[in-house]
Every structure is written in structure tokens, then in C-alpha cells.
Design a protein around this ligand. Structure first.
Ligand code: SF4
Ligand code: SF4
Length: 66
């Protein structure tokens, strides 16, 4: 899964231009990756010059006790 760090994102739109799936949308003025559309190709990660896109493996996050 790829995520955008909205604290460092400069809204340059390079990731939007790079995404082949139109998976990067703007919600409340902040760039966000729609996980329903993202195919995890990494093009946005390569395109971001500000290091604002990072990859996280959700399965590596410990599950909370129920
Ligand atoms: S990983 Fe690929 S498909 Fe997903 S948001 Fe980035 S450019 Fe788009
Ligand atoms: S390329 Fe990086 S800095 Fe530019 S809009 Fe996308 S996440 Fe933000």
C-alpha cells in the first residue's frame, strides 16, 4: 500500500500526472490515494520529488487484541 504524507506534500500534482489509474484524488484539499483504484505500481512514489509518498505493508502492523 502506498500513502501520501500530507504534512510534506507540496501539492505539485506530479503523482497525479504519473498515476496510470487516476487513483490519486484530492480530498479536502489534500492528495490521497484511493486504495480501490491503486494497483501499487509505484509510479507515484518514483515521481514524488519531496519524499511524500511512502509504502507500508499493512500486514506488518501488529493486529490489536480483540
Ligand atoms: S502506486 Fe501506481 S496506481 Fe497506486 S497511486 Fe501510485 S501511481 Fe497510482
Ligand atoms: S508528487 Fe509528492 S509532493 Fe507532489 S502532489 Fe504528489 S505526493 Fe504531493
Amino acid at each position: 500500500m502506498f500513502f501520501i504524507d500530507t504534512d510534506t506534500c507540496t501539492a505539485c500534482d506530479c503523482c497525479i500526472d504519473a498515476c496510470p489509474c487516476d487513483a490519486i484524488i484530492i480530498v479536502d484539499g489534500q492528495h490521497t490515494i484511493d486504495p480501490e483504484l491503486c494497483v501499487e505500481c509505484g509510479a507515484c512514489y518514483d515521481a514524488c520529488e519531496f519524499g511524500s509518498i511512502f509504502e507500508s505493508d499493512l500486514e506488518s502492523i501488529p493486529k490489536q487484541d480483540v
